[in-house]
Unconditional design. Structure first.
Length: 389
């Protein structure tokens, strides 16, 4: 029997010192570490501030919007409607951090309480880590369950799982609007479970930022009417730093105990969609039950796609692939970072912190696909962009 438990106390603890994230002692522990400890960002990505998820996920969101042929305003509306669904689920969840059931209009309307953090996401679309939340569950074998006398109606089965590493760093992603790693994770999990998405009635798709959920729904080719969460999503249920999906699994267990004929999926990811996991659960024991060994359901697509050529120094005209606009505490745009390509497909990053009218226009007019002038600033070591045309 195993106990899986996690907790966060950001809300009641002192305000964290985020500078510790770069200190030599950050993350050190006397306990054994399970899993990988790969750096989430390359040196080049860090130079342009592309480290924290709140800055990186807008790159995915803006690219996804363009891929779906949506206008800037229509994308924000569709995103707000998706968030409204999650908020309404959280409203009915006694464990949710925010239970006010925000409407799509509240979520999308920019106010002093709901400013844009990094375009296109308003504050109410961002995951909230400032919570006190904990979850725990017990995992055991059927043999042990028999010994303990656990009744059949209380048993919930993990009938398949998968874990897939995508191209680890965002510099090397195939694109910014899809997730090949997630596609493979779903494929492997459904195959091992011997089921299809049509047989799944309960879903909790990871929702640190709405675009993560949108990409998952698109990957599944599911209708927009899909309710993507059973607990309320990270912006509304609450976003514990390392165990949101444990809460979803706990709720999945409760729901399947009440409706054992159903099946459910809990999907999660890490940081910048570096890695995905999918678990499929059932309230009824499958006829042929027995998970494969860990080695057989952990897949790596790192070598499926070649790495992109990254231009550290660039000069000339390029094409905008995606971008993020950052806002200050007063709701004013202050800087923008773009990802751009040359004609050979080489990729680069560039920043603009000076031309505020240009930066502001990127939240009003679509820049993706347009040409952009870039030069290398030797004094800062950064590529900088000027005109978008």
């Amino acid at each position: 029997m195993g106990l899986i438990c996690a907790a966060e106390a950001f809300h009641s603890s002192d305000k964290p010192d985020w500078k510790k994230l770069t200190s030599p002692d950050y993350g050190k522990s006397p306990f054994a570490v399970v899993g990988d400890r790969m750096d989430h960002a390359t040196g080049i990505e860090r130079k342009y501030g592309l480290y924290f998820p709140s800055i990186v996920y807008p790159l995915f969101a803006n690219a996804f919007r363009k891929s779906q042929k949506l206008t800037l305003d229509n994308y924000i509306l569709e995103t707000a409607l998706l968030c409204e669904k999650m908020s309404k689920v959280a409203q009915k969840n006694e464990y949710a951090w925010f239970r006010d059931g925000k409407s799509a209009l509240e979520i999308s309307t920019v106010t002093t309480d709901n400013r844009i953090i990094h375009y296109p996401f308003t504050k109410f679309m961002n995951a909230i880590m400032n919570v006190d939340q904990a979850a725990a569950l017990l995992v055991t074998s059927e043999r042990k369950a028999d010994v303990l006398g656990i009744p059949e109606e209380k048993r919930v089965y993990l009938i398949s799982s998968s874990e897939v590493y995508d191209k680890w760093h965002i510099s090397n992603r195939v694109n910014y609007y899809s997730a090949p790693g997630l596609e493979l994770a779903f494929e492997k999990a459904f195959s091992e479970a011997g089921t299809t998405k049509k047989e799944i009635e309960l879903w909790d798709l990871y929702s640190c930022f709405p675009v993560a959920t949108q990409i998952a729904i698109k990957t599944l080719d599911s209708p927009a009417s899909l309710t993507p969460t059973i607990i309320g999503g990270l912006p509304y249920f609450g976003g514990p730093g390392n165990h949101y999906s444990l809460h979803a699994i706990c709720e999945m267990v409760r729901l399947l105990q009440r409706s054992p004929e159903k099946k459910g999926v809990v999907q999660s990811l890490t940081w910048h969609m570096h890695k995905f996991s999918v678990g499929i659960y059932s309230g009824t024991r499958p006829e042929a039950y027995g998970l494969s060994s860990a080695e057989s359901y952990k897949y790596d697509i790192e070598n499926r796609f070649s790495n992109r050529t990254i231009l550290e120094e660039a000069q000339g005209t390029f094409t905008v692939e995606t971008y993020v606009v950052s806002y200050d505490g007063d709701g004013m745009p202050i800087s923008a970072v773009i990802v751009a390509n040359n004609e050979m497909g080489a990729r680069l990053f560039a920043v603009n912190e000076e031309d505020l009218p240009l930066i502001g226009s990127m939240s009003a007019e679509e820049p993706i696909g347009k040409k952009v002038s870039i030069y290398h600033d030797a004094s800062s070591g950064l590529n900088r962009f000027s005109d978008i045309f």
